[in-house]
Design a binder for this molecule. Structure first.
Ligand code: PEP
Length: 252
């Protein structure tokens, strides 16, 4: 049985003070629950990872970054290496978020190299795939997400592939309040799992595939009840303790 996983993506939001408040709200909420079934993490802007490490060590909440360099070290101004994220106790690194693909020109191949760098450093890359509205309307959803996944499968051997988390995030649903219906999301998740199975049925069965795109406490349960949806990657709702906790509870 795959465990559910709920990851918050704070994007470029927060301050030292607001993160103190947010994390104490989340950890206090989780402390009132006796048996938490779902795994949980927050992906913070890089300057706040030390604060996450300080406040979350010893709690059930892991932390991670929103991006990682494809390179191990060297003359790459502004980049953050996977080993540096490791130094601050990160478990996860989001790679290929649609905002990075769209605003920073990240190609499928670069995203795959980032996933490889993360795995090589012992981090779990959260590889995001998703189609734009135009692509969905043109009937290209499966072709697009499968090409995004294939680039990663081309670079990772089977043992490394088993170490990633996949997130299906339809671009038209991110930050828009428009959520894919559970059936729409399930269809894509099943397609992704089928593609993984073409490499290894065992890897496909074990992989946590998250849904992301305007997930909220009131739609989370139905989405996560789908057989191939193993949790959520949460943007806006991860910035409010009550909403983020509501989604974690929906995953339990
Ligand atoms: C995201 O940024 O990964 C995301 C899913 O955002 P939101 O939940 O706000 O749609």
């Amino acid at each position: 049985m795959r465990r559910k996983l709920v990851i918050g993506n704070w994007k470029m939001n927060g301050s030292r003070d607001s993160i103190n408040t947010l994390l104490s709200g989340i950890t206090a909420g989780l402390a009132t629950k006796s048996a938490q079934q779902a795994d949980t993490a927050v992906c913070a802007p890089a300057p706040y990872l030390a604060q996450c490490q300080q406040l979350l060590t010893g709690t059930p909440v892991a932390w991670g970054s929103q991006d990682v360099s494809a390179y191990a070290a060297g003359a790459y101004t502004g980049e953050v290496a996977a080993s540096m994220l490791n130094d601050f106790g990160c478990r996860y690194a989001i790679v290929g978020h649609s905002e990075r693909r769209a605003y920073h020109g990240e190609s499928n191949e670069l995203v795959a190299q980032k996933a490889l760098a993360a795995v090589n450093a012992g981090l779990t890359p959260v590889v995001c795939v998703g189609e734009t509205l135009e692509q969905r309307e043109a009937g290209q959803t499966n072709v697009i997400v499968c090409a995004q996944l294939q680039a990663v499968m081309d670079v990772l051997d089977t043992a490394s592939l088993a170490k990633i988390v996949l997130a299906y995030e339809p671009v038209w649903a991110i930050g828009t309040g428009k959520t894919a219906t559970p059936a729409m999301a399930q269809e894509v998740h099943a397609e992704l799992r089928k593609q993984l199975a073409s490499r290894s049925v065992e890897v496909a069965q074990g992989m946590q595939i998250l849904y992301g795109g305007s997930m909220k406490p009131d739609n989370a349960k139905e989405l996560m009840a789908q057989p191939d949806i193993d949790g959520g990657l949460i943007g806006g709702a991860a910035l409010k303790p009550a909403d983020f906790l509501g989604i974690i509870y929906a995953a339990d």
